[in-house]
Design a protein around this ligand. Sequence first.
Ligand SMILES: [Zn+2]
Length: 415
Amino acid sequence: MFRRTLLPTLALLLSVAPAAAQVTAIRAGRLVDPEAGTVASDQIILVEDGMITAVGPDVAVPAGAEVVDLSDATVLPGLIDAHVHLCLGVRLDRDGGNYYYTSLMDPSSARAVDGVVNARAVLEAGFTTVRDIGNDGNYACMAVRDAIAAKRIVGPTMINAGRIIAPFGGQFHLQPDKPELGEPEYFYADTRDEMVRAIRQNVHFGAQVIKIVVDDQDYVYSIDDIRFMKEEAARAGRSLAAHAWTARGAHNAAAAGVTSIEHLWAIEDEDLELAKRNGVVAVFTPFPAVEAAVVGGEDEHDQQIDRIRAALRVGIPIAFGSDAVSEIPGHTRGTLALARIDMFTEAGMTPAHLLRAMTAEAARLLGVDDARGAIRPGLAADIIATPGDPLGDAQALKSVTFVMKDGVVVRRPGR
Ligand SMILES: [Zn+2]
C-alpha cells in the first residue's frame, strides 16, 4: 500500500527536478596512492553524486563547481579500520576495565547511542570505512550502520559481524548459576547444528561478515570446526574472521584458512607462514599504553611488538585493526584508534606499509575494494587530507584536517 502511493510522488519529483548535480573540485597539493606508495603533485579530483569522476593534473574544473582548496595539504583515500566495536564503551570507573561488566550494565539502547557517538568520532578522525567485529549490543550496531547508510546520522561505511559465535561461555568467565549471562553478547555454538543456526541468524539480522572466537578458553574450536564454519559462511557469501589469542587457537585458524585472524598475540612463526600460505590476512590490534591502562595488556606490549615484527619478516598481508573499546577523557574512539600507529611504527612497519594496511589492504579484506580504499574515477569519494607527509611519517595521519565521505564534507581545515 505504502509503496503504491509513494511511486507516483517519486516520479513527479524526478520529472520536475532535473538540475545538474553539484560538482566538487578538490585541488590537491600532493595526492598519495597508498597501493603504489607514490605521490603526485598538483592534482585535481572531481566529485559528483558522491563518486570520484576524474583525477589528474589537467582536469578542467566545470563552471559552477565548488572548489575545495587543499593545495597546501596531502590528500589520500579515507582510512579503514578492520577491527572496531563502535557499540561498546568500557569505562574504567564503572566497569573496572572489564567489558563483561560493560555488557551487563549497558542495555542495547545505550549501546546504540555509543555507536552513534563513536561512528561520528572515527569518521572525523579520518576513518571512512570500518569493520564492526561483534560485541555490538545484540545487533545495535546494525541500526547504526543502517542509519548511516540512510544518511540520517554521520559515520563511516560499516561492515558488520553482529553476534560473535563462540564455544560455550564465549569470552566471559561465567559461573554455573548464570551461564546465560554471556548471551546475547555471544552466540554459544558447540555442535554443527548450532554453528549453522548461529550463522543463519547473524545473516538474517544483517551480518556481512561472520566472526568467531576460536579460543579464550581451554576447549577451543578445532580445525574441522573452523573449516566447517568457513564453508557455511561462504555458502552465505560471507567471509570468516577468527579471534585467536592463544598459539593453539591461532594454529587452528591458520590451518583452516579463515579470511582473517584477529589479534594473533601468541601465534608461532611457522603458523604465520601457514596462515600466509592459506591466504589469511593478519589483523593485529596492538593496545597502546593509553588504552592498555584501562583494559589491561601493558605487560603484553613487548609480545605484541614481537609478533608484528614476526609478521613483517614473514610477509603476511596485514590490515589495520584498532580494537579500541575504552571511554577515556580527552580521547575519542577515533584518536584512540590512531594511537595504534605508534605501536606499528615501533614494530618497524614503514609509513608506506602502514598506510597500505589502513587503505588498500583493508579494503580488500572487507570486500569493498571495488568501491572504496583508493582515489580513482568510479570509486566512492572517501577522501581525507593532512598537512603532513604520511609516507614520510605515519604520525601525519593523526592530524587529519579534511574528511569527505561519499562526497559529503564532514570536516574542513580550521574546524
Ligand atoms: Zn575486538
